[in-house]
Design a protein around this ligand. Sequence first.
Ligand SMILES: NC(=O)c1ccc[n+]([C@@H]2O[C@H](COP(=O)([O-])OP(=O)(O)OC[C@H]3O[C@@H](n4cnc5c(N)ncnc54)[C@H](O)[C@@H]3O)[C@@H](O)[C@H]2O)c1
Length: 389
Amino acid sequence: MKKGDAVLGKFRQDDDQKRDYSGKKIRVGIIGTGWIAEAHIEQYKKFPDVELVAMADLIPGKPQAFCEKMGVDYSNIHFYPDHQSMLDNEQLDAVSVCTYNATHAECTIAALKAGVNVLLEKPFTVTLDEAVAVMKAEKESGKLLSLGFQPRMDPNMQQIKKIVESGVLGEIYYIQTGGGRRRGIPNSTFIEKSTAGVGALGDIGCYSLDMVLNAIGYPKPLTVTGYTSNFFGTNPAIQYADKNHTAEENAARFSVDDFAAAFIRLEGGIILDFRIAWAMHLDTSGDTIIMGKKGSLRIPSTECWNGTVGGPMTLYSDIAGVLTQTEIPIIPCDQSLFEMKVRSFLDAVYDGAPAPVPSSQILYNQAIIDGIVKSAEAGCEIKIEIPEI
Ligand SMILES: NC(=O)c1ccc[n+]([C@@H]2O[C@H](COP(=O)([O-])OP(=O)(O)OC[C@H]3O[C@@H](n4cnc5c(N)ncnc54)[C@H](O)[C@@H]3O)[C@@H](O)[C@H]2O)c1
């Protein structure tokens, strides 16, 4: 086909309007140069408007080794032994907080107080009190805080929200969400309370909660009956060795949950039934189901639960008296979710726009995680009280 004919054969113009990033450079720092910082640096390296200026880690020599591993020229990058010394000595526009969960709040509050915009890894924090303290610092600073929930960028996740908002399900009254892995306990800093604070509940549970709560507009959680256990992580026969620890050592240092379940009441009379596992004697603890008065949506779980959609979704409804199932096909996405997460944060910093994943939403996600922990400890249902910010 001739070129001109190919153009005419389309029914839309190509949308090739690219943003011009040749103006201001965004001065970026990284706090915590562990595993997930690798995914952040891969993105920052690509963007012409980013100048990587500083990195901090508590472990001496780690940022240098990190740069070498990631092929980053560090001749102009300053290294610091902790977040505060970096913030005290650098003029930064933005930081990625890539520390383990236990220092999310401390590092984010310090960055906001220093007038720096923050992209904070998930989960928000360990406790609700910490999340509230972060949001107070955010409010006082006027700076931007975005949460690192990259599944939000997935068009399939966005489709769930569009389906709910279209009204095709009618009023939502019951939701089941969660999922998990048959064997999928992470290692390193994920399994100790002093560094992770929470286990599967915070690590992958936060994604399941976000999948449905974002779709229904993040109603306020009111009460929770929660349960947590750790039968698998503490079992040396199931635990495994890694380069720093034997299986026995990993079982002995395992001090977080590997399974959590909860029954949560949300504002608007909606019930949320939740379960999540890093390990279990089961293939999946269930698909996500959103039940409404006019229709219901089934969202298949994935094997390695990471907050994405596991396959075509099914919409169940009753069309003029006939019970009907409609398949919602998977929407292909060839862009990295991580790239979109980092780029959308930078664009918001650049434009002074609202956070792509705002703390005001994820506060409720954290309130549920915190409520599950507290209810499990108390052995009874508890009220979720969220302080004014
Ligand atoms: N978005 C995702 O898909 C995804 C995937 C994996 C992990 N994560 C999240 O990323 C975070 C980090 O996970 P990881 O696997 O990279 O952990 P990690 O233990 O490999 O790295 C964390 C690093 O932070 C450093 N650190 C802690 N406190 C610090 C401080 N005050 N100042 C400077 N450095 C500090 C530690 O020394 C460590 O090197 C966790 O919260 C985890 O939930 C997100």
